[in-house]
Design a protein around this ligand. Structure first.
Ligand code: MV4
Length: 679
């Protein structure tokens, strides 16, 4: 086994590989870009080497620089993770030339699976089922048209060099073929520099079912069962699960054996995934083979109890596979949800920014200690794989994934319930996320019943994007509780708390709190007010003409509050970000922006006077006291700053309720000087 390896990747997968290294006592070397100098994966490894600028081209894609880093640190092998250089033949070749083990398949296997048409020819020879179609060398337009007619419409044109759904054309009728072919070839030429196409029978409503395979250098090859990854959006997987639901033992075995045959056909070594497309009646056909560890590998780890990174390291170190096909067993069901910093309301555009608040459900990070040891009963029901921490920033340079949430249950139903609960416990403040979208899919009828196909999201678009019912009243009460408790407030004068400091413990008291509801899209709706009143021992909140009893208290943890309206108690967390109160309660996220009504009043009056210090200075005169009734413009306090006097006048007519500084006090810039009840 290796003593030290270099991880040529970043984010969660780099952390994931580092976790196995740590468990096996293998030293790990991180590489990092400018943007990742303080990234989690750097902290997760024993050593780190800076490899260049923030863009991937200047760092994680630099073959020479990464090999140099491996040489300099004495790493014996390189784990490429997924993406970046993981399926790059030149990189695998360069590692080999430098005497460093590439933890992945042989260069020839990557090359063989790189061209779709060539891969299909190999698969055909190995008796792996293929969609009826044409994948020949002869690209004569008339010949292709005759082939399409023979296959029968609809057919699908695919760029041979393509992938990820790019360069595909559905052709419904023979009349449309010539134009579609020309357009497909143009796209293939410009996208992949190669206009070769293949034709397939177009399958409607297919499932994406894939098989995890592993092969060693001693003739061993096994399958670690199947995963269903049908729930995709524009060829991006959203939810993945193992095993694929609803398949007979016979189909699963046939598919597993076909996947092993596919791997053997290209002399595969290491971890690979054979993708199949499957009809609703269970016929499956080879699509492509991914010659790397996949993002969704944790669901396979959870149901098999195996650490696939450990398997990769063993195979790369020339050891035989840890288990035979007969020894591999499935236990229960696992589902993975990919949590992304993206904006569903804006067409899922990546959403960047600092993760000001990040709370994941209770679970075990990279729960491979539990699953990897294969000890029964030690499997973590909730696993979180994440490459970021609270305070980290999602930048535009890389994939905006925040975390993978993986759950395990004895049955699919149990896993689903656990996933739903876990998604409702995710709290993110900063970038927008797809968490609510994931919740909607998980709760949807087709997903809940396992009626999966690649068109699920599109077909249920309206239901998945329908505005959801939220615990608005409870959340608003919690936001008011946070505001009234001063918990989490900032100390300076612009803080919401200062406007509330005319708080009185005895006697009647009312305070109007201004709020703006911020919808999930970040756009603010109109201003509304909530009136808090205390009279003797009774406290009420009035909103929309309804007055209800209201009590609140701090909760046990940070940002935690309890609020009771009428007799219903809600507990939640309120994360205060400036004037925005992010409320997490009853599994939902809501946000309200506090509105400084006093400031509004002053603005409305157009007054120049302000109640805050215009600059740091000293109080040299206080002209009013609590109870003084003032007109707009009445001088209140005189300050001296930078050797000049400044008179603070009343922004509006009202009654002074509190004077916060005395003559001689030093006052910070922006500090509130007194409290005025505006009439
Ligand atoms: C297909 C197909 C229907 N019929 N092939 C899309 C990406 C590439 N990996 C294969 N893809 C498809 N090939 C035939 N003959 C439908 C798709 C397809 C798809 C496949 C897997 C997962 C998601 C998909 C979304 C749309 C279309």
């Amino acid at each position: 086994m290796f003593n030290k390896i270099l991880i040529a990747n970043r984010g969660e997968i780099a952390c994931r590989v580092a976790a196995t290294c740590k468990r096996l006592g293998i030293a790990s070397v991180a590489v990092y870009s400018d943007a990742d100098a303080n990234a989690k994966h750097v902290a997760a490894c024993d050593e780190a080497v800076h490899i260049g600028g923030s863009s991937a081209a200047e760092s994680y894609l630099r073959v020479e620089r990464i090999i140099e880093a491996a040489r300099a640190t004495g790493a014996q092998a390189v784990h490429p993770g997924y993406g970046f250089l993981s399926e790059n033949e030149d990189f695998a070749q360069a590692c080999e030339a430098a005497g460093i083990v590439f933890i992945g398949p042989p260069v020839e296997a990557i090359a063989a699976m790189g061209s779709k048409a060539a891969a299909k020819a190999l698969m055909h020879a190995a008796a792996v089922p293929l969609v009826p179609g044409y994948h020949g060398d002869d690209q004569d337009a008339q010949l292709l048209h005759r082939e399409a007619n023979a296959i029968g419409y609809p057919v699908l044109l695919k760029a041979s060099a393509g992938g990820g759904g790019k360069g595909m054309r559905v052709v419904e009728r023979s009349e449309d073929f010539a134009a579609a072919l020309a357009s497909c070839k143009r796209e293939a030429a410009s996208s992949f520099g190669n206009d070769r196409v293949l034709i397939e029978k177009y399958l409607t409503r297919p499932r994406h079912v894939e098989v995890q395979v592993f092969a060693d250098r001693h003739g061993g090859a096994v399958y670690l069962f199947d995963r269903d990854c049908s729930v995709q959006r524009r060829h991006q997987k959203v939810l993945e699960e193992a095993p694929a639901p609803g398949l007979s033992a016979e189909i699963k075995r046939e598919m597993g054996e076909a996947a092993v045959a596919a791997a053997r056909a290209v002399n595969y070594v290491g971890a690979g995934t054979v993708e199949f497309i499957m009809t609703s009646t269970g016929e499956f056909y080879f699509m492509e083979m991914n010659t790397r560890l996949q993002v969704e590998h944790p669901v396979t780890e959870m149901v098999t109890g195996q650490d696939l990174v450990e398997w990769q390291l063993r195979v790369a170190a020339d050891q035989p596979l840890p288990l035979t096909q007969e020894q591999l067993k499935i236990d229960g069901h696992a589902i993975e949800a990919r949590i992304y910093a993206e904006h569903p309301a804006r067409g899922f555009l990546p959403s960047t920014g600092t993760l000001k608040h990040l709370r994941m459900p209770e679970g075990v990070e990279f729960a491979i200690d539990a699953s990897g040891l294969g000890e029964p009963g030690r499997k973590a029901p909730v696993r979180i794989d994440s490459g970021v921490r609270e305070g980290d920033t999602i930048t535009p340079f890389y994939d905006p994934m925040i975390a993978k949430l993986i759950v395990h249950g004895a049955t699919r139903e149990e896993a689903l319930a656990r996933l739903s609960r876990a998604l409702h416990a995710c709290e993110v403040v900063g970038p927008h996320t797809n968490v609510e979208f994931l919740q909607s899919i998980v709760a949807s009828e087709p997903f809940a019943t396992g009626d999966l196909d690649t068109g699920l999201i599109e077909r249920h678009h309206d239901a998945l994007f329908a505005p959801r019912k939220k615990p608005y009243k409870e959340a608003l009460a919690l936001a008011c509780a946070a505001l009234l408790t001063r918990e989490g407030g900032t100390a300076h004068g612009a803080s919401p708390w200062d406007a509330l400091s005319h708080w009185r413990l005895n006697g009647g008291y009312t305070q109007t709190l201004g709020w703006r509801d911020i919808d999930s899209g970040g756009e603010s709706a109109g201003l509304f007010t909530v009136t808090f009143a205390r009279d003797g021992g009774t406290q009420t909140l009035e909103h929309d003409g309804v007055r209800e009893d209201f009590k609140w208290s701090d909760g046990s943890g940070p940002h935690e509050f309890r609020a009771t309206i009428v007799d219903a108690r809600a507990t939640g967390r309120v994360f205060v970000d400036g004037d925005t109160f992010h409320v997490f309660c009853l599994g939902e996220a809501l946000a309200f922006e506090w509105q400084n009504l006093l400031a509004h009043a002053a603005d409305a009056e157009g007054g120049e006077g302000r109640l805050t210090a215009p600059m740091p200075g000293k109080v040299i005169a206080v002209l009013v006291e609590p109870g003084t009734v003032v007109e707009k413009g009445t001088p209140l306090i005189v300050m001296e700053a930078m050797k000049m006097e400044h008179t603070i006048g009343a922004p509006a007519a009202g009654t002074v309720s509190e004077v916060l500084y005395a003559v001689g006090d030093q006052v910070a810039d922006g500090a509130q000087l007194l409290v005025l009840d505006v009439q």
